[in-house]
Ligand binder design. Structure first.
Ligand code: ATP
Length: 307
């Protein structure tokens, strides 16, 4: 049976001035990397704060690693949760080493492991520098090291790659991959959809405080039912002859030159289309199936209103 690290049942958080999130039903299985995406103000950070117990729901219930976040007697389970907030802020005059040691002592972590984490995030050369001298990316890395203290079973990462250069982003996802091998559950908010695509098991799209879509990329592609795009390389000068019968099969030719055709067809016509291309034998030199990107899916779902 699938064990869920995060379960939210009909959760709402309404402030007197604003309904931040409404009727959220959401679960994240153990070991899953779930991306939470949505416009600014969609309710992503509020959802993380609810999961952490930093704000209380106005309706509904939560179970995080098997505990209700408002259960004061079960505070020890929080040691199993790591959190990287959207804007990390530490004491400006403390050094990286002092800061990580301080948070390590709060989480009952050894000094050795805290220095090991500083090495993992690439900060071992900056241990004795004051936080105020760190660049934005270095501050973010320190935040990540802090979140990884205490071998968390659940990681909540709010915009973890903001401020990181491309090499550091790559390094961040290498760290995430290692954590996933250990079965850590990760909930990650990000606006950088292209980099999420290769990393996530599932994506949840929020809009105006509600969930508008949730599932694997494949699930979302099925739900969105966008036309399928194929790029075909044909024998030189044969594009027109090949394009004509394709148009008769309800396919739309979106681009054509002497050697290439780009066609769009309904996902349900995919196999018929591939069979037809197969019958054309050596006239077709290559077929590239282009998957709907997360950016395209986001464009479909992020303007929808939740139930
Ligand atoms: P971003 O991508 O900009 O970080 P977000 O999806 O994380 O946005 P939230 O920070 O969860 O959005 O905010 C959701 C909505 O709830 C926003 O309209 C915000 O103004 C509102 N909100 C958040 N906290 C409060 C509060 N304490 N009082 C009133 N409204 C609030």
């Amino acid at each position: 049976m699938i064990k869920n690290s995060i379960i939210l049942n009909n959760v709402s958080k309404h402030y007197p001035s604003h309904k931040a999130v409404t009727d959220i039903n959401f679960s994240v299985p153990e070991g899953c990397l779930m991306a939470l995406v949505g416009h600014n103000g969609a309710g992503k950070t509020t959802l993380m704060k609810l999961i952490l117990g930093l704000v209380q729901p106005t309706a509904g219930s939560l179970s995080i690693l098997g505990h209700d976040p408002k259960d004061k007697t079960a505070f020890h389970y929080r040691n199993a949760i790591g959190f990287l907030p959207e804007n990390v802020a530490f004491d400006a005059n403390m050094t990286g080493k002092e800061l990580i040691s301080f948070y390590a002592s709060l989480k009952g972590e050894t000094k050795f492991r805290s220095l090991e984490l500083m090495d993992i995030v690439g900060l071992s050369d900056a241990l004795n520098r004051r936080y105020k001298t760190y660049s934005k990316g270095m501050k973010q890395r320190l935040g990540l090291a802090q979140a990884l203290l205490g071998k968390p079973r659940l990681l909540l990462l709010d915009e973890p790659t903001s401020g990181l250069d491309p090499a550091a982003r790559q390094h961040f996802y290498d760290i995430i991959r290692d954590l996933r091998k250990d079965g850590v559950t990760i909930l990650l908010c990000s606006h950088v959809l292209t980099e999420l695509e290769a990393q996530t098991d599932a994506v949840t799209v929020m809009n105006s405080g509600r969930i508008v879509a949730s599932g694997s990329l494949e699930d979302l592609r099925t739900q969105a039912d966008l036309p399928l795009s194929l790029r075909i390389t044909v024998k030189e000068g044969m594009t027109k002859q090949i394009a004509q019968p394709l148009q008769n099969q309800n396919a739309t030719i979106t681009f054509m030159n002497g050697k290439h055709l780009e066609i769009e067809c309904a996902p349900s016509s995919k196999m018929a289309m591939l069979r037809h291309l197969g019958e054309l034998g050596s006239l077709i030199e290559d077929v590239e199936l282009q998957n709907t990107s997360l950016d395209q899916l986001y464009a479909v779902f992020s303007d929808q209103r939740g139930q």
